[in-house]
Design a protein around this ligand. Structure first.
Ligand code: GTP
Ligand code: MG
Length: 367
């Protein structure tokens, strides 16, 4: 079996800890004949928390350990001893991970920047010990309240890589070569299609230390929307990008650039019409090759678009500076960072109601 190194979606069972039970204990000491109730409360169950981390570059861990269970709270005991709270389970995921509740189809939220946290399942509250029920009419209450169950559901994790610009192109067009030329990222580059098998993000650093994140994704071919080649699922990773960069192989004689461009746009539109509307940059790569100039002229004549000319194999990489400036120009006005998509606020529990309900339950349990 081929071992996986990259996983961008995963399903997991999530279970927050159960609250510890309250205790129904009484003091029992030889010198205290009628020792009263002394049962302490149970501890809170642990939460399940998702945390964004730059050290996690895929959802591999969730994929291989799909049971995310937080610790239960400890039961209360005699001598009014409060049970210990259950420990939270913190799950590190890549920046840009979204979480859904599959049982209800609800979007639970997303974590974007390193260190962002999101509580996806709350631990159950600890129950009350019998000390709470002592009153003038009942000096020896036997009732106590059990702990609440923690939230539990099936969760879906989806990674949408965070990048300012996304590279789109046919296999072998030179996307990874461009990323390698612009950033310190070292994607695999080779003269065959589908060299890149999963998204890679590189950071472009300008002379004044301004930075820009660029995502390289696997090549797209005609019919990708129907699953041909590696399909369109990787477009998800550029769906957060503010800008798309179409990389065209100007030297290709079988798949002419205007056809490549038409197909790419159609596939992007097919995936998400809104994505096709974003600002785009068109790059004519491999201008060093003999057939390139003629194809370039035909492309301009046919589409009315003037792509930026580029060669990544010639000395000095002619055209690269213009590409870097164009990216910066387009992205500069945007504020840094990602607008966070908020989940609908979860239904807050009305504690007075619940307490009454729990009280009835306690009465029922210990008449
Ligand atoms: N002549 C020429 N070759 C180039 C240029 N840029 C890239 N190449 C070559 O084109 C081939 C494919 O480059 P990659 O960067 O791997 O292409 P890719 O678009 O990432 O390909 P996939 O990952 O398969 O989608 C490599 O052999 C590169 O050396 C260029 O400007 N001129
Ligand atoms: Mg590549």
């Amino acid at each position: 079996m081929k071992t996986r190194t990259f996983v961008d979606s995963a399903t997991a069972e999530v279970r927050a800890g159960r609250g510890g039970d309250g205790s129904g204990s009484f003091r029992r000491e030889s010198h205290v004949p009628e020792g009263g109730p002394d049962g302490g409360d149970g501890g809170r169950g642990g939460n399940v928390i998702v945390r964004a981390s730059t050290h996690a570059d895929s959802l591999l861990r969730v994929f291989y350990e799909p049971r995310l269970f937080a610790e239960n709270g400890v039961n209360g005991t005699g001598q009014k001893m409060h049970g210990r709270n259950g420990e939270d389970l913190v799950v590190d995921v890549p920046c840009g991970t979204e979480v859904y509740n599959l049982d209800t189809d609800a979007f639970l939220g997303e974590v974007l920047e390193h260190g962002d946290t999101l509580t996806i399942a709350k631990g159950g509250r600890g129950g009350w010990g019998n000390v709470h029920f002592k009153s003038s009419v009942n000096q020896a209450p036997e009732k106590f309240i059990p702990g609440d169950e923690g939230e539990a559901f099936t969760a879906r994790f989806e990674l949408k890589t965070i990048a300012d610009a996304g590279l789109v192109g046919f296999p072998n067009a030179g996307k990874s070569s461009l990323l390698a030329a612009m950033s310190a990222a070292r994607p695999k580059i080779a003269n065959y299609p589908f060299t890149t098998l999963h998204p890679i993000v590189g950071t472009v650093v300008y002379g004044d230390y301004a930075t820009l994140r660029v995502a390289d994704i696997p090549g797209i071919i005609e019919g990708a929307a129907d699953g041909v080649g590696l399909g369109l699922t990787f477009l998800r990773h550029i769906s957060r990008s503010k800008m798309l960069v179409y990389v065209l192989d100007m030297a290709d004689t079988e798949n002419l650039p205007e056809n490549a461009y038409r197909v790419l746009r159609a596939e992007v539109e097919n995936y998400d019409p809104e994505l096709a509307e974003r600002p785009a940059l068109v790059i004519a790569n491999k201008m060093d090759e003999p057939a390139a100039q003629e194809h370039y002229d035909a492309f301009v004549a046919e589409t009315g678009i003037t792509p930026l000319r580029l060669s990544l194999v010639e000395d000095g990489k002619p055209g690269l500076d213009a590409v870097l400036q164009a990216l910066r120009q387009e992205l500069k006005p945007q504020a840094k960072g990602q607008a966070k998509r908020e989940a609908k606020p979860r239904q807050e529990v009305d504690h007075t109601e619940v307490s009454a309900e729990r009280f009835r339950m306690a009465t029922f349990l210990k008449p």
